[in-house]
Write a protein that binds this ligand. Structure first.
Ligand code: HEC
Ligand code: HEC
Length: 193
């Protein structure tokens, strides 16, 4: 009996010490990146189980958001920004990057709820987690100002953005062929000529 208790105590001590340690190291960027490739992209594409939901950003499902906010540019997934950023954007519709947006109160309420409920801090998707980590509490009004997003695109030559089919880094779907599915793996990138 005493042996059993000693053994149980030993196992518990082991778990207490080593499991948190492993957690710290497993969080490393490289580890997760490889995980994303293996678990995600090499599947046939028609998988839609729970694991995929965790790996990729959720595709846009709200029709009001899609029609209203996707009218001028790509309808960015809510998981690309924290709710603080979405609220900042929705509170300055009269000057939306130089455009005045006229959105009725009912639609604005629907959009606001959709964006904040599904914002980056509520997502378990790999990209959303990295976005939150890199923001360290900041709430920029652009996805393209997020340090993680800037870092990922730092090697693209400036002349690429002057191409008509690209225009700017804000135009995610120009290069990410699977952007509307919330999939931004670099395997799926084609920069238009
Ligand atoms: C009338 C056209 C128009 C509509 C409608 C519109 N936007 Fe925009 N949006 C713009 C322009 C112009 C920019 C700046 C693009 C650039 O700098 O290349 C922009 C930029 C953005 C960006 C920053 C993209 C980046 O660079 O990271 C976000 C986020 C955004 N809009 C969200 C929204 C949301 C949310 C809605 C709906 C409430 C919305 N937009 C509706 C015109 C529009
Ligand atoms: C001009 C083309 C272009 C545009 C526009 C663009 N990207 Fe990218 N993106 C790339 C390329 C190329 C890479 C791969 C970089 C590399 O090899 O590490 C990339 C990488 C990424 C990654 C990391 C993928 C990985 O596997 O590590 C994310 C996330 C991402 N982009 C999101 C976005 C979002 C969100 C937008 C829009 C706000 C956007 N991109 C706009 C070309 C683009």
């Amino acid at each position: 009996m005493r042996n059993l208790i000693q053994c149980t105590v030993l196992v518990m001590v082991f778990l207490l010490i080593f499991v948190p340690l492993y957690g710290c190291y497993a969080d490393d960027d490289h580890h997760k990146k490889n995980h994303g490739y293996q678990e995600g992209f090499h599947k046939d594409g028609d998988h839609n189980d729970d694991h995929d939901h965790e790996t990729y950003l959720k595709a846009v499902t709200n029709q009001t958001y899609k029609e209203t906010c996707g009218a001028c540019h790509f309808a960015y997934q809510p998981g690309l920004l924290p709710s603080g950023s979405w609220i900042r954007i929705l509170n300055s519709l009269e000057d939306h990057f130089g455009e005045a947006l006229d959105i009725d109160a009912e639609s604005k309420k629907t959009i606001s709820k959709y964006l904040t409920d599904n914002a980056a801090e509520h997502s378990g998707a790999e990209r959303a987690v990295k976005i939150m980590k890199s923001l360290r509490g900041q709430t920029p009004s652009r996805i393209t100002e997020i340090p993680y997003i800037r870092h990922k695109h730092r090697d693209i030559p400036p002349e690429v953005f002057s191409r008509k089919a690209v225009g700017s880094l804000s135009n995610c779907s120009a290069c990410h062929r699977t952007a509307d599915q919330g999939i931004y793996e670099d395997d799926n990138v084609v920069i238009p000529k």
